[in-house]
Design a protein. Structure first.
Length: 341
């Protein structure tokens, strides 16, 4: 019998989550069943650990779904890279690595449904945790949001906010690969320096500029063909004034609003939408689940060729999951925030 640890939602978040909103549970997992469902026991193993201790790499990007999809007492939703340690399912061999949406857990049992094996071309030199970031759901969000929603064309100008995050950093790099001018906004000077390192043409700290309106105008006096919006709120209300005619806006996130207890009231966008004939579309990456392999293949190829850089903000220790989650929501992470258990 295996003892697993799991973080549960103790209390629904009011504003920014607090460590007291989480509850650490211990769960005794039963032995795998013979016959019937072809079960697997999973956890991940760190090749960097001196004693090959159990580790998980867990994704921390699920804040907006917590109230909609969870009730108090539920295990926190999330994604991990996991290693198969026991298998009664011929489709999954012991030692293989998968991406699983099994929540904040150190170990879990699965019947194989919903598990995604890491691409066979995955090189040993590449951290498997990238399957939660650049070569995972955030990377796919950037890939399909930019190419299918924005329909970015070579030579166009792209604006992306939260540009140093897991999605935004990939968005900007794909746009550069496509031959576009890229302007990125981030919330600290080190993040702005990181964007320059990634090859962004222009980058600025939205927290320190005297005027966001002027910063956007200075970065691209002719305006923007595409806007990949991860933030919403005041930033988006100002940015829409800088869109070119027939501009396209992909609404990916609204991180400026996730922790609000009172809904924001902002300027209304209809006049700009009408007179500039803009197209704004919200999306969730699962729309393209049937093209998942296509996106992962492209992202992995760019990483292996050195065209796509990455950075991971790694927190050590399963017990630090809530603190890492809260830190991410406060903008402390550069690139993808993950937890190594």
């Amino acid at each position: 019998m295996v003892t697993a640890k799991a973080w549960a939602l103790k209390k629904h978040f009011e504003g920014l989550p607090k460590t007291s909103d989480f509850d650490l549970k211990t769960i005794e997992l039963p032995k795998l069943k013979d016959g019937g469902k072809q079960q697997l026991l999973l956890h991940s193993v760190s090749v960097m650990s001196l004693k090959l201790l159990t580790v998980n790499y867990l994704c921390l990007c699920y804040r907006p779904y917590s109230r909609r999809d969870m009730k108090e007492g539920d295990i926190m939703i999330g994604t991990q890279v996991a290693r198969i340690v026991e298998s009664k399912n011929p489709a999954f061999t012991v030692g293989a690595f998968v991406v699983a949406n099994s929540g904040w857990r150190t170990h879990f049992i699965s019947d194989g449904k919903g598990l995604h094996l890491l691409p066979s071309a995955w090189p040993e030199s590449l951290p498997r945790s990238l399957a939660l970031g650049t070569v995972g759901m955030p990377g796919l969000t950037a890939y399909f949001g930019l190419l299918e929603v924005c329909k970015l064309k070579p030579g166009e100008t792209l604006l992306v906010n939260a540009a140093a995050g897991a999605v935004g950093s990939v968005v900007g790099q794909i746009a550069k690969i496509a031959g576009c001018k890229v302007v990125g906004s981030a919330g600290s000077d080190p993040k702005v320096a990181y964007l320059k390192k990634l090859g962004f043409d222009e980058a600025f700290n939205y927290k320190t500029v005297a005027s966001l309106d002027e910063a956007l105008r200075k970065a691209s006096p002719d305006g923007y063909d595409c806007f990949f919006d991860n933030v919403g709120g005041e930033f988006s209300s100002i940015a829409i004034n800088h869109m070119k005619k027939y501009g396209r806006i992909a609404v990916c996130g609204a991180i400026s609003q996730y922790n609000n207890t009172v809904p924001q009231k902002g300027p209304y966008i209809q006049v700009q939408m009408i007179f500039k004939e803009l197209r704004m579309e919200g999306f969730i990456v699962s729309r393209w689940s049937d093209r998942r392999e296509e996106g992962l293949k492209a992202l992995l190829k760019w990483v292996m060729e050195g065209k796509m850089k990455y950075h991971e903000q790694v927190t050590e220790g399963f017990e630090n999951m809530p603190a890492a989650f809260i830190g991410m929501l406060q903008g402390e992470n550069l690139g993808k925030a993950i937890v190594k258990v």
